[in-house]
Design a binder for this molecule. Structure first.
Ligand SMILES: [Zn+2]
Ligand SMILES: [Zn+2]
Length: 133
């Protein structure tokens, strides 16, 4: 029986390390659809932050700041405890992960740095394809 080859992936959003087998590998960068969706939302926020760095955006931002300061001067802001930003959510404590298996289909396999290119046809055999990876 052929042992599936597994590639190590680090989720670009939550940083979780997982494995994907050759058959499930489609260039995944996230551990789940959820992480991918959130990452896309975050990318949208970053785009907005970039907008704020443009001249027009800076002006709009200054307006907002001034309005906020005007409001704050009338009424004291509530003291919010600074417990935000501490992330207790993601703690990898799963002993089953000592046996590497595909995150998507669950098959156990052997970890390789890169999947071998042989066996692919079509566009994958394009010698320029690897530049996109
Ligand atoms: Zn993730
Ligand atoms: Zn798989």
């Amino acid at each position: 029986m052929k042992i599936p080859l597994l590639k190590t992936i680090v989720c670009r959003r939550c940083g979780q390390i997982f494995y994907v087998c050759h058959q499930c590998w489609r260039g995944q960068a996230y551990c789940s659809d959820q992480c991918r969706d959130i990452a896309q939302l975050e990318a949208h926020c970053i785009a907005q932050q970039k907008y704020r760095q443009t001249e027009k955006g800076k002006q709009a931002h200054r307006e907002q700041e001034r309005n906020r300061r005007l409001r704050n001067s009338k009424k004291n802001v509530d003291d919010t405890p600074s417990t935000q930003g501490i992330d207790h959510d993601i703690i990898l404590d799963n002993p089953r992960l000592t046996i590497p298996c595909c995150h998507f289909c669950g098959r156990e396999g052997e970890i390789v740095d890169h999947f071998p290119r042989r066996g692919y046809g079509g566009r994958y055999s394009d010698p320029h394809f690897h530049h996109f990876l």
